[in-house]
Design a protein around this ligand. Structure first.
Ligand SMILES: Nc1ncnc2c1ncn2[C@@H]1O[C@H](COP(=O)(O)OP(=O)(O)OP(=O)(O)O)[C@@H](O)[C@H]1O
Ligand SMILES: O=P(O)(O)OC[C@@]1(O)O[C@H](CO)[C@@H](O)[C@@H]1O
Length: 305
């Protein structure tokens, strides 16, 4: 089974207006409330693609109830740990630019944390756990690292969408895949990339440091996949970008779901790219129909040094 973990879910409050003027009363043209959080987005795309999965994390208050109901309406399997405090609301303003204001997140009690962590004792080597998104203020990065140790001790695989030092620290536990974007990869090594060969060189370092597969997303320039068997590249398909929320999560979902079911990294990369671009071209996260349409437009070429 694939489990996604969203420690700090949200209601994504999408607000659209032609122009945002700071310091004035602005009126919305359109607004919408969506269940949000990176792991939840991964779960929603996994479900679209027909990959069985369960969304885990913490939900509380009227906002948490909204997220739970919205996910259950889609038929997604969830097993969120109930909490006393309210799940956060993240504001996504789509005006002349896209501006995001994300909440800090709720307080968790020790009993709530213990109830959540107990679930990981049941994992087996057939399971994959995907961690995505920020932690709540009362937890630090060690929370992820400690859970990852438990997951690996059960023989299960893990994926964590993180950057910087916490990415470096998780590599020794051999994540199934890491997915920095090209800027995050450059920052991790304190370098600047001038060409694809530079990106490949530093992507290979992540393999050497423990990652099983490396995806480097490059927004409108597509992506690269680096594995021990070779390097593959794809240009992004053409389309109108209407949404930058969740493209990275969708890419991760397309890759992880396909890889878990086929063990074919090239097919997984293909679905990862298609899912990322399909979401970038959609108002909300992509539908399966859109992902398949984009999939058919993508070609993947082997990259030779
Ligand atoms: N302008 C675009 N045109 C086509 N595809 C895109 C575009 N932007 C993003 N994508 C698709 O989404 C994938 C992930 O995008 P990106 O590189 O921005 O990841 P990210 O930085 O992790 O995203 P996020 O902002 O969601 O965290 C890309 O590899 C690509 O497939
Ligand atoms: O504050 P975090 O956890 O880093 O990011 C949360 C978030 O911005 O990420 C998702 C898009 O990737 C949104 O659904 C959600 O609001």
């Amino acid at each position: 089974m694939i489990y996604t973990v969203t420690i700090n879910p949200s209601i994504d409050y999408i607000v659209q207006l032609k122009e945002l003027t700071l310091g004035e009363v602005n009126r919305m043209d359109y607004d919408n409330k969506l269940p949000g959080g990176k792991g939840i987005n991964v779960s929603r795309i996994l479900k679209e693609l027909g990959h069985d999965n369960v969304a885990l994390g913490f939900l509380g208050g009227f906002t948490g109830q909204f997220v739970k109901d919205a996910l259950e309406k889609t038929g997604l399997k969830t097993n969120f740990t109930p909490i006393q405090d309210d799940t956060r609301i993240n504001v996504k303003i789509k005006a002349q630019d896209e501006t995001e204001i994300n909440g800090r997140g709720p307080k968790l009690t020790q009993d709530e944390i213990d109830a959540f962590t107990a679930q990981f004792d049941k994992l087996t080597e057939d399971d994959v756990v995907v961690f995505a998104g920020s932690l709540v203020p009362s937890l630090n990065e060690d929370f992820y690292f400690d859970l990852i140790k438990v997951i690996r001790s059960k023989g299960a695989q893990f994926v964590i969408d993180t950057t910087g030092e916490s990415l470096r620290k998780t590599l020794e536990q051999k994540p199934l895949v890491v997915k920095p974007n090209n800027h995050e990869l450059a920052e991790l090594f304190g370098v600047k990339f001038d060409c694809i060969a530079d990106i490949v060189k530093y992507g290979r370092k992540l393999l050497d440091m423990g990652a099983q597969n490396v995806l480097v997303s490059m927004a409108g320039d597509g992506g690269l996949m680096i594995t021990k068997d070779g390097v593959w590249r794809s240009l992004a398909p053409k389309g109108t970008v209407v949404n930058s929320v969740g493209a990275g999560d969708s890419m991760l979902a397309g890759f992880v779901g396909t890889y878990a079911n086929t063990k074919d990294p090239i097919e997984a990369f293909h679905y990862g790219l298609a899912s990322g671009s399909a979401t970038a071209f959609s108002e909300d996260l992509a539908t399966r129909e859109k992902i398949e349409e984009i999939y058919a437009q993508i070609t993947i070429d082997e990259y030779k040094d």
